[in-house]
Write a protein that binds this ligand. Structure first.
Ligand SMILES: C[S@@+](CC[C@H](N)C(=O)[O-])C[C@H]1O[C@@H](n2cnc3c(N)ncnc32)[C@H](O)[C@@H]1O
Length: 457
């Protein structure tokens, strides 16, 4: 053995992943915004870009579990390690426990990274810690560090699948106590999501997307899936006639438009429109029916995004900056109302790798108050005979069916419509009347939909 050690420059994928983790830790950045910009700026080729994405997203998703393992392998508590060293160790832990990178490569590339970006002392520490991490696999570390399934099933699942325990409990509750279903959702949250696109009605169609290499979506007649490459290479996406949008988001929007409503059916409202994905789909559908859309958004900068998204939309629409809990429009003014409420986003964790560790259980209570106020306002805004779609991209019961129960309990003139009837062909929609979509079942975000009709009071 030679006494000298070759100093290698870290490879571009690992450097990029490390920089994403640094931005997330230091600047509270969002990885799904930082990473694509960084890949473009550094012109990483497709192979390196895929590796950088797997490294950064995997390390961020797994953070809670990886920190527990690193803590068990380090003489210093992880929260006393310098932040850049901890970020590099998380990347190393992900390669050892979550990827098929050979141990020697996972350790040596991380040590090289720490040496070049921190210092030699930190590199020695990283070497010692990661060698211990590599002494077992994730199942082995779960047996060593997580509670047993017999005494604390949610605690064990939280460790094994790297979610905070309160989120695991929320998924179990939303699955009607079915622990296996909740576990399947945790697994799905750790896998990359499909890239879905929507052809905005009146401006593009699915054929145009499939001709450009996408394949038709499973259920949305306006949807397509892009299996490889940047969706922006599709001309319709590039010029805003189509856009990236989860198929679940498309389905809940289409459901609202499909519920029968006696004439007139001319005035549609999107109460929480920013950044405008669902508003753009609604605007296209409304124009085909001679209806007009009002897209409301409380925050000025997000209202500007709605304007950008709607620019060029077929038909008539207006964007209004307003607080929808104190509506400036008259009572019973609308035939159809979409309330896509601000929520914890627990249904889209696979798309936002760091989000699960940033959310707090206390966020749920705050958001629930707002959701109740907004839903009260939505049913106040719709005319008798008209419909409201209450939508969240969270399956947490405190944000979904119990919000609807509370508001319906306050008044006798609103009834639930069986939403399953308006998601034709979509399997496994449960007992109704509300619908909960799931990543592990439907491949969509975990969108919740309740359809409510105002009756004659
Ligand atoms: C879940 S997002 C809506 C996403 C949007 N429907 C889409 O598909 O692009 C919720 C939006 O509601 C806005 N919002 C929050 N409180 C509001 C209020 N009181 N009135 C109107 N909009 C509000 C937020 O700024 C955010 O843009």
């Amino acid at each position: 053995m030679s006494g000298t050690r070759t100093r290698r420059a870290p490879d571009p994928a690992r450097q990029a992943a490390f920089d994403v983790l640094r931005a997330v830790s230091d600047e509270d950045a969002y990885a799904n915004l930082v990473l694509p910009a960084l890949l473009r700026e550094r012109r990483l080729d497709a192979r390196d870009a895929a590796l950088a994405t797997e490294l950064a997203y995997g390390a961020l998703r797994g953070q809670g579990t990886y920190d527990a393992v690193l803590g068990a392998c380090s003489t210093r508590p992880v929260d006393e390690l310098d932040a850049p060293v901890l970020d590099a160790l998380r990347l190393g832990a992900h390669q050892l426990l979550g990827m098929r990178v050979p141990s020697h490569a996972a350790v040596s590339t991380t040590v090289d990274l720490v040496r070049s970006r921190v210092n030699d002392g930190a590199a020695r520490l990283a070497n010692a810690v990661l060698r211990k991490v590599g002494g077992d696999d994730l199942d082995g570390w779960t047996d060593r560090l997580a509670p047993s399934a017999e005494t604390d099933m949610t605690g064990r699942l939280a460790f094994r699948h790297a979610h905070p325990e309160w989120i695991v409990r929320a998924f179990v509750d939303a699955s009607g106590g079915d622990v296996a279903a909740a576990e399947a959702c945790l697994v799905a949250d750790n896998e990359p999501a499909e890239v879905n696109v929507v052809a905005r009605p009146g401006r593009a169609n699915v054929e145009e997307l499939t001709t450009a290499g996408a394949r038709p979506a499973r259920w949305s007649p306006y949807g397509a899936v892009v299996d490889a490459g940047d969706p922006a290479r599709i001309p319709a996406v590039r010029d805003g006639r189509a856009a990236v949008q989860d198929e679940g988001s498309q389905l809940v929007t289409l459901a609202l438009a499909d519920v029968p409503v006696d004439a007139p059916d001319e005035r549609w409202l999107d109460m929480c429109a920013g950044p405008g994905g669902k508003a753009a789909l609604l605007a296209g559908l409304a124009s085909g029916r001679g209806a007009r859309l009002l897209a409301v958004e409380k925050h000025e900068h997000r209202a500007r995004l709605v304007e950008q998204t709607l620019r060029g939309a077929a038909g008539e629409y207006e964007v209004l900056v307003a607080d929808a809990t104190a509506p400036p429009w008259p009572e019973e003014d609308f035939d159809r109302v979409l309330l896509d409420a601000p929520c914890t986003g627990l249904g889209a964790l696979r798309r936002r790798p760091e989000a699960r560790w940033r959310r707090e259980p206390s966020d749920v209570g705050e958001l629930r108050k707002l959701q109740v106020a907004l839903l009260r306002s939505a049913v106040w805004s719709v005319r008798p005979g008209g419909v409201v779609a209450y939508v969240t991209c969270s399956p947490h019961l405190a944000e979904t069916s119990t919000v609807v129960d509370d508001v319906l309990g306050e008044r006798g003139d609103v009834e639930r419509v069986d939403a399953r009837a308006y998601l034709p062909g979509v399997p496994e929609l449960g007992d109704g009347p509300d619908v909960q979509l799931w990543p592990h079942v439907h491949g969509t975000d975990a969108m919740y939909l309740a359809l409510l009709r105002r009756t004659e009071g």
